[in-house]
Design a protein around this ligand. Structure first.
Ligand code: DGL
Length: 270
């Protein structure tokens, strides 16, 4: 049994969808969340910049004595997952690997689609992992407008539906039978995406997948916490008022006084 918290970071508030799923599956685990709201979005930044930010975020979480780190951000997971695994001596789990495993297990036709930020899609990381798992028919497309729509709470209206119809066109009419929602924000649009894609396409929410993977990993390494109710602490690098307001929607519960401002300046040495 290990009472140390699990650290979770994202470029902003979207990763709270991941924390939510982890909390449901592992209610006894103490969780520390870092949302880098001062530097969001990562999806449009260069690989070097995303790696630098991700290392700083992980150093911050390590200062909270975490026993494992979940990279909840798909963009950071794609660009920095391997670097983080080499640089830190706690288990580092990325949403990308978890989403790919789940998609490969679910797809019957072997035709898999991926949607994500421009950074995630351009990194080619999803494609590389899917190909490594024997998948040859892969369609991927960036859907950048889904992020502001989710933050604005426009997840189930005509605008969201029109945008989804345009972005998802390449995935329709049997082109894929499984679609990976490769961005923290997309689970909030799951209803509209499902409506546009139709029942023949299974949607893979990486947040569920990573929660199960974390559970397996903690048990396998005897790191799980078996007693008490897990505490949640939330840190953000910019306005905690906005994080609290928008974040509560992503989390599905009020974050109240558990929200604090994080200063990453002491973690930015090179
Ligand atoms: N968290 C990012 C992701 O999952 C989306 C927002 C951003 O671009 O930073 O890719």
């Amino acid at each position: 049994m290990d009472k140390r918290p699990v650290g979770i970071f994202d470029s902003g508030i979207g990763g709270l969808t991941v924390l939510h799923e982890i909390g449901l599956l592992l209610p006894r685990e103490n969780l520390v969340y870092l949302g880098d709201t001062a530097r969001v979005p990562y999806g449009t930044k260069s690989t070097d910049t995303i790696i630098r930010y991700s290392v700083e975020n992980t150093r911050f979480l390590m200062s909270k004595d975490v026993k494992a780190v979940v990279v909840a951000c798909n963009t950071a997971s794609a660009a920095a997952g391997d670097v983080l695994r080499k640089s830190f001596d706690v288990p580092i789990l990325g949403v990308i690997e978890a989403g790919v495993e789940e998609a490969v297990g679910r797809s019957k036709s072997g035709k898999i689609g991926v949607i994500g930020t421009a950074g995630t899609i351009q990194s080619g990381k999803y494609e590389a992992l899917l190909r490594g798992s024997g998948v040859t028919k892969i369609i991927s497309a960036p859907c950048p407008l889904f992020v502001p729509l989710a933050e604005e709470g426009w997840t189930d209206n005509k605008v969201a539906e029109e945008v989804a119809k345009i972005y998802l066109e390449p995935f329709l009419n049997g082109a894929v039978d499984t679609l990976i929602l490769g961005c923290t924000h997309y689970p909030l649009l799951e209803k509209i995406i499902g409506k546009v894609c139709g029942g023949g396409v299974a949607l893979i929410n990486s947040a569920n997948a990573i929660a199960r993977k974390l559970s397996d990993r903690l048990s396998a390494s005897a790191l799980q916490n078996d007693s008490g109710a897990g505490e949640r602490k939330f840190y953000f690098t910019d306005s905690i008022e906005r994080a609290r307001a928008v974040g509560s929607r992503f989390l599905g519960e009020n974050m109240d006084s558990r929200v604090q401002l994080a200063d990453l300046s002491e973690f930015s040495r090179h």
